[in-house]
Design a protein around this ligand. Structure first.
Ligand SMILES: Nc1ncnc2c1ncn2[C@@H]1O[C@H](COP(=O)(O)OP(=O)(O)O)[C@@H](O)[C@H]1O
Ligand SMILES: [Mg+2]
Length: 388
């Protein structure tokens, strides 16, 4: 079901337009309808937008409604945030208050916070993969993890969050007709029937919401991404995201993610990237949600696990062996290698996937002695100062 919003007590077309601009299609109801909503059996909107600008008072029916239906979220729209009104609003159980001058940004942010709160405690798990740098193997890892999750017969959604030209469709061997852009343009229509039409199933049963094959005409809106992720959490057991690190709106909408996995390899530029990206994401979402994994791990590389640990302030959560032939063969065949390979790489991905859905503990990361340790150590050390 899409997030349902109802505006009550407003004659203002502009409020309706501002709510629409943040990706919802509200219904407009009168003050009398508020009384109907207080009834214990009445069907509730997810978000009630209560406009008190005409009279500046909190209707008593609002407290009754919140007592009967504590999960209905209320956004109060007031002319100004007067202390007496705020106190009454708090007592009535109002979740968010917005005041004149109303802006799309302000309304969108209030709705976004409500959606993020609704999303957090219930529903499926979201795993977000973000590359420390392009080409490190993020999409390969994300696609194989999603395929491994789908093998458990649980509903699994993969969202290629690259607004355009993402690779997941090729790796999953699918020919999508619709894309992320279609979903974001239709957040007001997101129910399973509509969404199933936008996704395409991979052979292993991963539902893919693909990247578009042309550049989007308008910038990606963070509020709409939140609505999409809220929908995903409510309808799929697992959602795997392949994220472009260069899009701030994408990086700012990840409250729903249980795990944010930064993928790096052992090149200095990637490790620097991992340090920056993991640092920024940890500050935004908390350290416990963010981890760094190493793709194409080479035991004898100059930069070892302990160097990466120093740069990102935590040991790598997992290392995946390098197997370029297998990765390329799977890419060309459009068939993720976890499906039919007994290779070390496939079994590493399977083991890692079990840590994600709680079946196993993390793999201890091997550390590497290296000839260039001292010099690299110094360069990575400088990096540590940059990021702490
Ligand atoms: N574990 C691996 N070992 C060797 N090559 C890999 C591995 N993972 C990915 N690759 C290869 O690296 C290249 C980039 O992979 P891709 O997943 O598209 O990276 P990204 O999404 O980070 O840009 C591809 O050619 C892919 O086949
Ligand atoms: Mg990629």
């Amino acid at each position: 079901m899409p997030v349902q919003a109802t505006i009550i007590g407003s004659q203002d077309r502009k409020l309706d337009e501002l709510v629409r601009a943040s990706g919802l299609r509200p219904t407009v109801a009168s003050a009398v309808d508020l009384l109907t909503l207080t009834h214990p059996n009445s069907v509730q909107p997810d978000v009630l937008i209560m406009d008190v600008r005409p009279h500046g008072q909190i209707p008593t029916a609002l407290s009754v409604l919140k007592r009967q239906h504590p999960t209905t979220s209320v956004i109060l729209v007031a002319s100004e945030l007067a202390p007496a009104l705020m106190l009454d609003a708090m007592r009535a159980g109002v979740n968010e208050c917005v005041a004149e001058p109303l802006t799309a940004e302000q309304i969108g942010a209030a709705i976004g916070r409500i959606v993020a709160q609704r999303t957090a405690p219930v529903g499926g798990q979201v795993f977000a993969f973000v590359g420390a740098k392009g080409g490190v193997g993020t999409t390969t890892l994300a696609v194989n993890v999603a395929t491994a999750l789908a093998l458990s017969d649980e509903s699994t959604l993969f969202i290629d969050m690259h607004a355009a030209y993402g690779d997941a469709a090729v790796l999953l061997g699918t020919e999508p007709r619709f894309s992320l852009v279609d979903a974001l343009e239709n957040t007001h229509r997101l129910d399973l029937a509509f969404f199933n039409g936008l996704t395409v199933q991979s052979e292993a049963g991963v539902a893919l919401l693909a990247s578009s094959d042309h550049a989007p005409t308008s910038p990606i809106d963070v509020h709409r991404i939140r609505l999409l992720l809220d929908f995903a959490v409510r309808n799929y057991r697992y959602t795997v995201l392949d994220l472009p690190r260069s899009n701030p709106a994408m990086m700012d909408a990840l409250e729903a993610a249980a795990d944010i996995i930064v993928v790096t390899n052992q090149e200095l530029a990637s490790v620097r990237g991992a340090s920056r990206v993991a640092g920024a994401l940890s500050r935004r979402y908390g350290r416990e949600k963010v981890s760094v994994v190493v793709s194409r791990f080479d035991k004898s590389a100059d930069i070892g696990s302990s160097d990466i640990e120093q740069a990102v302030h935590a040991p790598p959560r997992f290392t995946f062996p390098s197997d370029y032939r297998l990765a390329l063969q799977a890419l060309n065949a459009g068939r993720p290698f976890v499906l039919d390979s007994s290779s070390k790489l496939a079994s590493a991905v399977l083991t890692f996937t079990r840590t994600l859905n709680g079946d196993a503990g993390p793999e201890p990361a091997p550390s590497a002695p290296g000839a260039l340790r001292t010099r690299l150590g110094a360069r990575l050390g400088a990096l540590r100062w940059m990021t702490s």
